[in-house]
Design a protein around this ligand. Sequence first.
Ligand SMILES: CC(C)(O)CC(=O)SCCNC(=O)CCNC(=O)[C@H](O)C(C)(C)COP(=O)(O)OP(=O)(O)OC[C@H]1O[C@@H](n2cnc3c(N)ncnc32)[C@H](O)[C@@H]1OP(=O)(O)O
Length: 258
Amino acid sequence: MAFETIIVDVEDHVALIKLNRPDALNALNAQLVGELCTALEEADANDKVRCIILTGSDKAFAAGADIKEMSTKSFVEVYGENLFAMVNDRIIAIRKPIIAAVSGYALGGGCELAMLCDFIIASDTAKFGQPEINLGVIAGIGGTQRLTRFVGKSKSMDMNLTGRFMNAEEAERAGLVSRVVPAKKLLEEATSAAQKIAEKSSLTTAAAKEAVNRSYELTLNEGILFERRVFHSMFATEDQKEGMAAFLEKRQAQFRDK
Ligand SMILES: CC(C)(O)CC(=O)SCCNC(=O)CCNC(=O)[C@H](O)C(C)(C)COP(=O)(O)OP(=O)(O)OC[C@H]1O[C@@H](n2cnc3c(N)ncnc32)[C@H](O)[C@@H]1OP(=O)(O)O
């Protein structure tokens, strides 16, 4: 499919999806959100892709939902179309690992989009925030829920109530991002992480992703049981035999996703 608001490139088993609405700091309008979900689903279904990177521009990962597009909508419209349910539901259904490579602004829906990815690598210029409060609304794609689980109640309240931005260093300290790198190295670092993931068995990376995500939904005991059962099920795969044999034989494992 031809896209207008995103650019997709697949190389060495990694799909790079770049948000591309430079005139509006990658504000998430209906077209961009639709194209992004389609591109993610295509990458998920593509056997050549083993990991996905989602990125924006140097200035903005995404400055949030498109305020112009939203501003005149009524309650009946947003409730009727269940605004933003689709983007949340389609992205959480992606089974391959997704890394958000964030430079510049990741605000509102932009911060929420980054949190929908599996982990965030940030450039030292990144700024995260949930400034919806300044627009007379609250976050609508997880900014009050995922952010609270990532950074705790106090900081999440601070972000959601004051609308202030958090820089990359604070975001790393708070546990929102996994690593911070100089802006020039952002894609290099994200690609290197993606290639490391791409070397693993895709059965195992999907299982690890599923198990970590369950930790947000289940009690600790239920989560531990789920993890153990998935761990047990790995012993039915050829990749478990290969991974352990390769370690014992002191060689690189050749996973076949079986
Ligand atoms: C998903 C939900 C439910 O959670 C809701 C949301 O996401 S609501 C949106 C939350 N985001 C924001 O409130 C951020 C809005 N943007 C800004 O505050 C500023 O643009 C900035 C701080 C990110 C950058 O400021 P600056 O460098 O001064 O650039 P600007 O001149 O403001 O922006 C350039 C250009 O982009 C347009 N723009 C920026 N953000 C959005 C947006 N979210 N929606 C629509 N358009 C946006 C801005 O209007 C400018 O366009 P022009 O005036 O040049 O046509």
